[in-house]
Structures are given as C-alpha cells and as structure tokens.
Design a protein around this ligand. Structure first.
Ligand code: NAP
Length: 250
C-alpha cells in the first residue's frame, strides 16, 4: 500500500452522497467522525442510545453548510434484538436503498478488574455490547451493504485487542473478538465489492479514555478530530480493494 491512512489527505467532497451509519455517534470519536463525514458530503445516520445527545449532534450536522440532513437511529445495543435491527435496516432501505458505510464505533469499557475478580454479569454485558451487537447488526445490514457498489465496514479495535494487558478484562477480550470477526467477514467477502477492516484509534481524549485513565494529562492526548484520516480513507473510494486489515489511526 502506498497510502499511509494516518496522513491521508482528502478532497472536500470525498464522501459525497455516501450513506454511512456510525454507531455511538452521540459522543467522542463517533461524534467527531459524524461531523467530518457530513462535512465531506456523506448522508450520515447517527446511531446512539441517548436521544437528547443525538439531537444535539443532529443540530451540529444540520448547521454544516452543504451537508446532507442526517438521520437519527436510537437503539440501545445492550437490549436491541434482531427485530430492532431489521426495523432499522428496513427504514434505511426505504429511504436510501443501500448502505455504503457502517462504522461499528460504540462500545463500553466495563471495569478495570483482574480476571479473578471480574463480575460475570458485567463480562457478558461488555461482550454483548462490544461484540454480539456488532455481529447482529452486521448480519442484518449485509444485504443493504451489498446493494452498494463500494461498501466499507469499519470495526473498532484497541491496543488491548492485539496484546492482552492486566486488568483490561472483558474489554480486551471483546476487542480481540472484534479483530477476529472483522477478519472472518473480510475473508467471506474477498470477492465482493464489500471491504471490511479494523481501526485502533489509539489514545484519544474522550470520556471512555478518562474513565480508563482518570489521572493522566488529557492535554497530551490527541482529540477525536485529529485522528479521523484513517476512517475517512477507509470509507472513501481510495481504499477500494483494501480489506481484512487492521489499522492504527495514530
Ligand atoms: P465514548 O466517548 O465513551 O463514546 C462511546 C459511544 O458509544 C457513545 O456515543 C455512547 O453513547 C455509545 N454507546 C455506548 N454504549 C452504548 C449502547 N449500549 N448502545 C448504544 N450506544 C452506546 O468512547 P470513545 O473513546 O469515543 O470510543 C469510541 C471507540 O473507540 C470505542 O469502540 C472504543 O473502544 C474505541 N477506542 C477508544 C480509545 C480512546 O482512547 N478513546 C482507544 C482505543 C479504542 P452515550 O453517549 O449514550 O454514552
């Protein structure tokens, strides 16, 4: 690959008319990505569980000159089932007829316990929100993604999704699982226009990072807005044919 996605530079209209759903678009990296993709012309579907937070992001997107008006999809990944994903897929199908980008960004940290102390119910919740929900949504959305001539799925990994570290518990296990899910799906679609990749954002100034490292110097961290080039690269036409890879956004 000649392009380094971390320093990818893109044209103003790089994502014009692409229909892109971003999970966890109410805050942090997902919110920043929603604003950037809309600025680049994408028709963004803002997913989250908190209607009031999503409406604020909606207003921010709506205020961007030239950006298509976004849509909102409220769905709590902890409780959503196949029926809720199907309802959402049907409404996307009715309105747009296809999906060009699906960014699985939402996830939860759980608690920083040792495996010896990890609560089994919390373990299941983290695995459910971070992995099973992404699997279930992807499965239901695949036909819509295959309606696109150039679709891209991005799963969100983490450094602890590649090397396990003490006290990262279910979160680390869920990110290893996401890397695996991404590779399996990419291989299954190697001969289709659908590309599937993972992105590890790296340390980024968000509420999740604050919860994991409450004492660190936040000013030393990159902001969500500063780490988006890899995502834009993978969502746009320049990454056609790139699939089954795992990227570092920093
Ligand atoms: P964040 O600020 O905590 O945002 C997480 C997003 O996910 C929020 O929009 C949140 O909604 C949503 N979400 C959480 N649980 C949900 C549920 N049950 N249903 C629907 N939406 C839900 O986190 P972030 O730092 O931006 O993280 C984004 C991604 O990057 C995550 O996959 C994370 O694991 C990964 N990551 C982050 C870092 C980092 O340093 N920040 C490093 C490595 C990987 P609410 O607004 O309602 O809470």
């Amino acid at each position: 690959m000649t392009t380094d996605p971390r320093t990818y530079t893109y044209a103003n209209e790089a994502l014009r008319d692409r229909v892109i759903l971003i999970t966890g678009a109410s805050d942090g990296i997902g919110k920043a990505l929603a604003l950037e993709t809309a600025t680049l012309g994408a028709q963004v579907i803002l997913h989250g569980r908190n209607t009031a937070k999503l409406e604020k992001v909606y207003d921010e997107v709506d205020a961007i000159e030239g950006a298509p008006r976004p849509s909102i999809a409220v769905l709590d990944l902890a409780s959503a089932n196949a029926e809720s994903y199907t309802t959402l897929a049907n409404s996307i199908s009715d309105e747009f007829g296809r999906l060009d980008g699906l960014v699985h960004n939402a996830s939860i940290l759980g608690e920083r316990y040792s495996i010896a102390q990890y609560d089994a119910v919390l373990w299941q919740r983290v695995m459910h929100v971070n992995v099973t929900a992404a699997f279930a949504m992807t499965q239901v959305f695949l036909p819509l993604l295959l309606e696109s001539e150039d679709a891209s799925i991005i799963f969100t990994s983490s450094g602890v999704g590649r090397t396990g570290k003490a006290f990262w518990g279910a979160y680390a296990a869920s990110k290893f699982a996401i890397e695996g899910l991404s590779e399996v799906l990419a291989d299954e679609h190697r001969h289709s226009p659908l590309r599937v990749n993972c992105v590890n954002p790296g340390a980024t100034r968000t509420n999740m990072r604050l919860a994991a490292y409450p004492a660190e110097d936040r000013d030393a961290l990159k902001t969500p807005e500063e780490i988006l080039a890899t995502y834009v690269y993978l969502l746009g036409a320049d990454s056609k044919g790139v699939t089954g890879e795992s990227f570092d956004a920093q």
